[in-house]
Unconditional design. Structure first.
Lengths: 251, 245
């Protein structure tokens, strides 16, 4: 389980996060949702240590990540996989080399074992045929799947996905959503997805944290989302016509 | 205030760069790739510039001497100019443009496309992984390029001098050897090593801390070259005063 305790973060005079606390449950797809600029990306960056919070701390299964030294953080980070918004694949490497990269850096496995693991990860995301291609030769959806394959290469305990569906068509987005959900359950990972895409939320989430003006304004299981009594959350969820029609048909 | 901020951040950056690499085999492979990119791929431009510069220095010197100034001065001037200033200073300045902008734009692009964040999330010391091989490659290959530049420049000067008839081969050779101080070469190599570290680290610093998008990558690349050249020039003055003054 990942726990966030009273995290605050400011940039100059602008306070982005105000004493945010949250728990991300193991074996579940935990979504952080909110409007653009609400602080959800900063919250995620503070959680994985790309930004230092001004106060508060993050713990990974009881390990206080914020207080850990460089070596301690490195050990925790090797248990983290992350899918970035733009995939963040290394341009100069092939798909297989991208997936093999964390193994090469940290695994003591033989070359043959690493190749087997790469094959497994690529086949798991149905990209076994693209191993020798470069990222620039792939579509956006395929790049995201390679990003997922690289994220799971080290068999992580925690998976973070930053806007996994941005720039993808609805059908490809559903493929990515389902893949994230399936892998979370298959490997019992604690998965945290940052998104503002309601289709994705309804498709893949198990538990939701709604960030509004730098605070968690609502959290709960996905099943409670549509009935939530929170003005800001309802404004966010029912901003689109299709969601308003869904609410009307349900009521 | 901004200057102190950059000095502090640069020092902290260099400290991260100097940490022990995560995996020796990966580091060695990257080092060879960088030696190829920084050294071998700069051979052509260095050779071309050195040949033309040596030839031009020869013709200019020949144009200015006459009367009581002996002809062997041509060989002497070409040698001294190539060894003391052109090869160890101007070649690194040219490499600051070629190699420095390449390093800054490569790292800047990696930053804005979150590839550096991806390395950090995996637990890789991104500064060390990306920059240390570049710095060591620059430190090991640029001095060789400078030595090559000296040889080619002096050789081209001699060839042009003899072929145009402004100097005989014997006069040029005599001028090349007269009053030769081996410390001049040591001085040249020493300052080249310092310049190599400045070019690679300053360019890497600007690229690594790029924020924004494609426009900022371009700005970082330009800044990297400008700052690297300015710092090389300041260091040139200080080192020359320290070593020859």
């Amino acid at each position: 389980m990942i726990e966030i305790h009273n995290i605050s973060k400011s940039f100059g005079d602008q306070t982005v996060l105000r004493e945010v606390s949250a728990k991300f449950l193991p074996g579940k797809v935990n979504f952080i949702i909110g409007r653009s600029g609400s602080g959800k990306s900063v919250l995620t960056k503070c959680t994985v240590g790309l930004l230092e919070p001004d106060q508060g701390h993050v713990s990974y299964d009881g390990r206080n990540f914020t207080e850990l030294d460089r070596r301690g953080r490195k050990a925790v980070r090797q248990e983290i996989g992350m899918l970035f918004q733009g995939s963040a694949l290394f341009d100069s490497m092939t798909v297989a080399e991208n997936v093999m990269f964390p193994l090469r850096m940290f695994s003591e496995s033989s070359d043959a074992e690493m190749r087997d693991r790469v094959t497994f990860c690529l086949e798991r995301v149905e990209l076994g045929h693209a191993a020798d291609k470069f990222p620039s030769e792939l579509s956006g959806g395929m790049q995201k799947r390679v990003g997922i394959a690289r994220a799971i290469a080290m068999n992580p305990k925690y998976l973070f996905c930053d806007e996994p569906n941005s720039g993808l068509d609805p059908q490809t987005a559903i493929v990515i959503d389902n893949l994230i959900g399936d892998l979370t359950r298959e490997f019992n990972m604690t998965t945290v997805v940052v998104s503002h895409d309601m289709n994705s939320v309804m498709e893949a989430s198990d538990f939701i944290h709604f960030v509004h003006q730098g605070q968690i304004a609502w959290n709960g299981p996905t099943s409670d989302l549509l009935a939530a009594d929170n003005e800001a959350l309802n404004g966010f969820i029912f901003a689109s016509k299709i969601m308003r029609e869904l609410r009307n048909s349900l009521s | 205030m901004g200057l102190f901020f950059h000095i502090g951040r640069y020092a902290s950056f260099i400290r991260s760069v100097m940490r022990r690499p995560e995996k020796g085999s990966v580091f060695r492979r990257l080092l060879l790739e960088e030696m190829n990119a920084i050294g071998l791929q700069s051979l052509g431009i260095v050779a071309l510039l050195s040949v033309f510069m040596g030839a031009v220095i020869c013709i200019q010197t020949a144009h200015q001497i006459g009367g009581w100034i002996p002809v062997y001065t041509i060989g002497f001037t070409v040698r001294q100019t190539m060894i003391l200033e052109f090869s160890p200073t101007l070649i690194p300045v040219i490499l600051a443009g070629k190699v420095g902008s390449n390093i800054a734009s490569q790292l800047g692009t990696m930053r804005v496309t979150e590839q550096i964040d991806a390395l950090e999330i995996m637990g890789v010391n991104s500064a060390g992984y990306l920059v240390l091989p570049k710095m060591i490659a620059a430190l090991t290959t640029i001095p060789f390029l400078v030595i090559l530049s000296m040889v080619l420049g002096i050789g081209a000067g001699m060839w042009v001098g003899v072929s145009t008839g402004v100097s005989s081969a014997a006069d040029f050779e005599y001028g090349m050897q007269i009053d030769f101080n081996a410390f001049d070469v040591t001085y040249a190599i020493l300052k080249t090593c310092v310049f190599a570290l400045i070019i690679s680290s300053v360019s890497a610093y600007h690229g690594y801390f790029t924020s924004g998008g494609a426009l900022e990558v371009g700005r970082s690349s330009t800044k990297a070259v400008v700052y690297a050249v300015v710092i090389v020039m300041v260091a040139n003055l200080l080192l020359t005063q320290m070593l020859l003054g």
